[in-house]
Ligand binder design. Structure first.
Ligand SMILES: [Zn+2]
Length: 235
């Protein structure tokens, strides 16, 4: 009866298999092969962003370049209600992390803290994309996911909607609160997109007041800095 079991499981697979959330064609796992390839084409040449640490002690890791198919995939996840896209990308980041240069014994003791959404945004979107990705990342790497450590208490504007430096600073000021823990935690922050780094810096400041040390930041993507701007910044 082996053939019968095989046949029923094949039928069940084809009935339950969902289409690719980006293009709606049959998917291999979560995404179809074509979308997966297009997203992979935007992988950053280096995971560790040597040109742009958060500060001299906190490295930034970015899996991809925020552009093209990767940018569209992140938008489809957030605005078309497809959290599974984050899971597909998080698997790629986990594989990259396991190959990254940070020593394995350092990696083992770290917990992953996703950048939280404010309750209002969480209610309207239904999920926090950074947390979905962080949980999948932790499933794959065996690291502990610790989303309850940091909360967002201020319903901030998108930074790109702010008009001035002062408004940007005020917008994020005291945006977070963190659980104070007697034992110091060593954590890695996890977010979807890195732009100015202001949100991350505010989260680091809040966590450090609550006895938590941030050892690194992982993001799905950051925009590529134009070469001319890079040269100017280095000169
Ligand atoms: Zn597709």
């Amino acid at each position: 009866m082996q053939w019968f079991q095989k046949l029923t499981s094949t039928i069940a697979d084809s009935l339950w298999q969902k289409n690719c959330p980006i293009c709606n064609r049959p998917a291999d796992l979560i995404l179809c092969r074509d979308c997966d390839r297009q997203i992979a084409a935007h992988q950053s040449p280096e995971f560790l962003q040597k040109d742009h640490p958060i500060n001299p002690h906190i490295p930034l890791y970015s899996w991809g370049i925020y552009d093209g198919a990767l940018k569209r995939a992140i938008a489809a996840c957030k605005y078309e209600n497809h959290p599974e896209i984050m899971q597909a990308i998080a698997i790629k980041i986990a594989d990259q992390w396991q190959r990254s240069p940070m020593p394995n014994n350092t990696k083992k003791n770290l917990a992953i803290v996703p950048i939280p959404l404010h309750a209002n945004k969480l209610k309207s979107r239904g999920f926090n994309q950074a947390e979905v990705a962080a949980r999948q990342f932790c499933d794959r790497t065996g690291l502990r996911c610790y989303p309850q450590l940091l909360q967002r208490i201020k319903d901030t504007k998108a930074q790109m909607l702010t008009q001035s430096v002062t408004e940007r600073q005020e917008n994020l000021s005291q945006a977070f609160t963190a659980q104070v823990t007697p034992k110091q935690h060593q954590v890695i922050l996890f977010d979807d997109i890195y732009t100015s780094g202001a949100t991350i810096r505010e989260a680091i400041a809040t966590l450090s007041k609550a006895n938590t040390k941030v050892c690194g930041v992982i993001v799905i993507a950051r925009p590529q800095i134009p070469k001319a701007q890079k040269l100017k910044a280095n000169s």
